[in-house]
Design a protein around this ligand. Structure first.
Ligand SMILES: NC(=O)c1ccc[n+]([C@@H]2O[C@H](COP(=O)([O-])OP(=O)(O)OC[C@H]3O[C@@H](n4cnc5c(N)ncnc54)[C@H](O)[C@@H]3O)[C@@H](O)[C@H]2O)c1
Length: 352
């Protein structure tokens, strides 16, 4: 199949490119490399069939990429609340305007399948177990932009070409490494300092390994399209933040967990997630346990395949600030973006 990965040079996209090309697919990556200083797609994406350096808010580039594609996958975006809070206008353009413009391009080109990467963060803070029918409860700009994009895409791609993947928090090793999400961050802290600072730790968080996300994406693309939403992860991989710290400490003996205030007020997300719908559709998805991701990131730090974990390239918040300072990215306010800013601003968030 001919697959287009928008934002395919990122943490998930580089792993997905390797997996999909390994299965024999033709993969075109479109990415603006907004975090990379060396702009070297050959290093990040040695197996990609084609690479297009473009901004995912550029309708001309999106239309050109969509022509002849069997599937268009949107995994570009500004990930996480800290990065989105840096510049809300930019977050709306990358997380709402870009996926909408890409879907308009895919629809015009007659692409059969559009896959949108969303997040379990849309569930916010909930009692009990959430599933895809649970009303989202976004707590910040990131989660809100994802929910509103999901809804807009569902109305735009009315014919059933859309699949939404709501990912658990991802861990493990990828060609474009991130060390800013909870497991990878704790692993880097333990590997480098021997300590994990822990505030509270009672919040629940589902996890998934990066290679399992790539595998699920391949299976979703191979299946017929139809308007579907899937949580991506495994029922076994629901943890509390404290359990994640303990698993890192067990995997890296000698690690000390340093407890701070009772609750991390900066991140109130707290949910246990059901992955029953995914398991019913695709047998044995996401089998990789947490300890595996911890071990491979720790090994890569130990044998210097990864550099100093404090570098901005491993952290989207720091990387975004470096990119903004260097002029590599900014809110564009093109006519298309202005139209979609207005649409976003006029969409009052309300549960269905
Ligand atoms: N990593 C996780 O834990 C996680 C969890 C839930 C959901 N997701 C979702 O999965 C997707 C991929 O996440 P990731 O961890 O790979 O993120 P990432 O930041 O590593 O990758 C995003 C890529 O998109 C590109 N990009 C962003 N805006 C662009 C623009 N306007 N023009 C051109 N390129 C642009 C960046 O250069 C980068 O290569 C995102 O939509 C994210 O919200 C990720």
């Amino acid at each position: 199949m001919r697959i287009v990965l928008l934002g395919g040079a990122g943490y998930l996209g580089t792993a997905a490119t390797r997996h999909l090309t390994g299965l024999g697919h033709h993969v075109t990556v479109v990415d603006g490399l907004i975090y990379q200083r060396d702009d070297d797609p050959a290093r990040l994406l040695p197996t990609a069939s084609a690479f297009v350096h473009a901004d995912l808010r550029d309708p001309t580039a999106l239309r050109a990429a969509a022509v002849g594609a069997d599937a268009v996958v949107h995994l570009g975006g500004l990930v996480g609340e800290p990065a989105c809070a840096v510049d809300e206008d930019l977050a709306v353009e990358l997380n709402y305007a870009s996926p909408v413009l890409a879907a308009e391009a895919a629809r015009a080109a007659g692409v059969a399948h559009y896959v949108f990467f969303s997040s379990c963060s849309v569930y916010g803070s909930r009692e009990g177990t959430v599933d895809e029918d649970t009303e989202p409860h976004p707590l910040g700009i990131y989660a809100r932009s994802k929910v509103l994009a999901e809804r807009r895409l569902a109305s735009l791609l009315d014919g059933g070409a859309l699949t939404v993947l709501r990912l658990a928090t991802v861990h493990g090793l990828s060609p474009r490494q991130r060390l800013d999400s909870v497991v990878n961050r704790m692993t880097a802290q333990a590997a480098v300092t021997g300590r994990i600072p822990l505030n509270g730790g009672g919040q629940r968080r589902p996890l998934v390994h990066v290679a399992d996300v790539a595998d699920v994406l391949a299976r979703v693309i191979a299946a017929p399209a139809g308007h579907r939403v899937f949580n991506i992860g495994s029922d076994r991989e629901n943890y509390t933040i404290a359990e994640i710290a303990q698993t890192v400490a067990q995997t890296l003996p000698g690690t000390r967990i340093e407890r701070g205030p009772e609750r991390d007020e900066a991140d109130a997300r707290d949910y246990r997630t059901s992955f029953a719908r995914l398991t019913a559709a695709f047998p044995h998805p996401c089998p990789t346990p947490l300890a595996h991701g911890i071990g491979e990131v720790a090994d890569a730090l130990k044998d210097k395949r990864l550099g100093d974990p404090g570098l901005p390239e491993y952290d989207n918040f720091k990387g975004l600030n470096a990119s903004l300072a260097a002029g590599r990215i900014c809110a564009l306010r093109t006519s298309d973006c202005t139209r979609l800013h207005a649409e976003y601003a006029n969409t009052t968030w309300s549960p269905r």
